[in-house]
Design a protein around this ligand. Sequence first.
Ligand code: NAD
Length: 549
Amino acid sequence: MIPVERITAARGTTLRCKGWRQEALLRMLENVLENGENQEELIVYAALAKAARNWPSYHAIVDTLKTLEEDETLVIQSGKPIGIFKTHRFAPLIVMANCNLVGRWATSENFYRLQEQGLLIWGGLTAAAWQYIGSQGVIQGTYEIFQSIARMHFGGQLAGKFILTAGLGGMGGAQPLAGTMAGAAILCVEVSEERIDRRIKAGYLQRKTDNLDEALAWIAEAVQEKQSISVGLLGNAADVYPEIGRLGIVPDIVTDQTSAHDLLYGYVPSGYSTAELEEARSKSPEQLQRDAGASIAREVEAMLAFKARGSIVFDNGNNIRSQAQQYGVERAFEIDIFTEAFLRPLFARAIGPFRWVALSGEESDIRAIDNYILEAFSDNEIIVNWIRLAREHIPVEGLPARIGWFGHGDRTKLALAVNQMVRDGKLKGPIAFSRDHLDAASMTHPNIMTERMKDGSDAIADWPLLNAMLNCSSMADLVTIHSGGGGYAGYMTSAGVTLVADGTAEGDIRLETTLNNDTGLGVLRYADAGYEESIDEIARKDIRWIRTN
Ligand code: NAD
C-alpha cells in the first residue's frame, strides 16, 4: 500500500475535507512526510520517529479526515486511527496518544518488541503529531544556544570560533546553518554521504569532504579570517573526535546531534558499513548495541577531554551522556545539558519554539507575517533579530513555515493578528500554529528538559499530562501525548498541540484560549519549581497563580 507517487502536501485553496480545520491537519500530515527522512518507512526523523503506524493506518487517517465532520473527534493510538466520536464544534478534531508504556514496562527492549509486533510506534516529538517542519524546526533553538554561549563565554560573538559537532539528520541538519548564522566555523561529522548531500541541496550546509586534514584546514582558515563556514566531514564521530583531540586541536564549542538515543537504529558504531549494519540489526542486535555503546563511550571520553582543555561542551538533547554512562563513562554527566545551561531562563518565562505553517503553500504568506512581526514586536530583540536572519538565510522546506521563540501573551497576539489577516484576505490561505513538545509546560525529560530543576521535580510527568488536558479543554484542534521510544523509552513524556487560524470568529476563541493557557501553565510550572523569572512573569502578566509554597 506504499503510494506510487511521493507524498507532498497539497497546496492552494481547494478543500478535500469538510472544512479548513480538517484540511489543515491533513496537510500537516502530508507535510511531515514531504519533509521526512524516509518516506517509504513513514519515518520523519530521529532514526525511528514515525508519522503513522503503517501504510494502511496512513490511508485510513487520510480517508477519515476527508469525511470528518467538525463536531467529531478522531482518536489515534500510536499512529493508528481507532474510531470517530461525536463531540461538539469546539472539541479537538483529533486526540492522540503515542508510545506511552507504564513505568516498569517502559524499556527499549519492550518498545522494540511491541514495535516489531506492530502495536505501537515512537512518535518523536513532532513526527506522529504532524508538526515537524523540516530541519528549520529546531534551527532557532540551536541558534539561541550558540548565541547564549557567545554571550556567556565569548564576549557576545562567535566570529573566529570553531564549533565541532556530529549528525546531519532531520534535526541535526539544522546545526551547520545555525552555526554560520551565528558567525562561527562549524565542522559536522556525518557517516552518511547521502545525508551530507541532502543538507547541501537544502541550503543548510556549504562544503563537504571525506578528508579530516582538508576539513580542519578549511576551518582553520575561516577561524583565522573570522569568516563563517560550515563543513560536512564524511566520517564516524567516534573516530573523528578522538583524532582531533590527538592532533592537539581544541574546538571552542563541542556537541553532538547523532541519534545517540537509539543504539539499534540510530547511532552507527565505528567500523560498520551500511550493509553490515543492516545485517547486524537482524542477526546480532545485542552485539550491535554493545558496539554502538562502546563507540559512544569513546566519543564522550573525547568530549570530556575537550572540556578539560577549555572547550564549552554540551549535550544537545540526544541522551548521549546516559548511553555513555551505561557503557562505562562515569563522568559523562559532567557535560552540561543545553536546556539547563543555556535556555532555562527563556523557558521559565514560557518563551519557546512556536511555529506557523502557510497551508496555501505560498511563501508570500510567511513574508507577510514576518513583516507584521517586525512592526508589532519591534521591542522584542530576540524575535526581531531572528526574523531578520531567518528571512535572509532559511530556505523553504515543504509548506512554507517559520519558527519563532515567542512567550506568554505574544503567541496569542501573533495568532489573533494572523487570524484577522486570513479573515481580511491578506493571506492566501489559513495558517496552522503549533509548538515543539520541548516547551515550558509540555515536557518532562529528566536528562533533557527538566534536568536539575530547582525543586528536584525533574521526573514528575504530571505537567505534560495536565498540559494536554488543559489544551483539550481550551478547544485546540489537535492534542497529543507522547512518551519515549527506542533509547528514550522510560525517559520522557510530552504533549503537543496544533491550532488552525482559519479566519473565523470561532478560530479567535480557540487560538486565544489555547495559547494563553498553554504558556500560562508553562509559567506556573516553573514558578512552582521556584524560578524567579516565572514569578516575575506572573507579576507582569495576568496569570492566576494559587501560591501555596
Ligand atoms: P536522524 O536519525 O534523522 O539523524 C541522525 C544522523 O546521525 C544520521 O544522519 C546518521 O547518519 C548520523 N550518525 C549516526 N551515527 C553517527 C556517528 N557515529 N557518527 C557520525 N554520524 C552519525 O536524527 P535527528 O532527527 O537529526 O535527531 C538527532 C538527535 O537529536 C536525536 O537523538 C533526537 O532525539 C535529538 N533531538 C534533539 C532536539 C533538541 O531539542 N535539542 C531536537 C530534536 C532532536
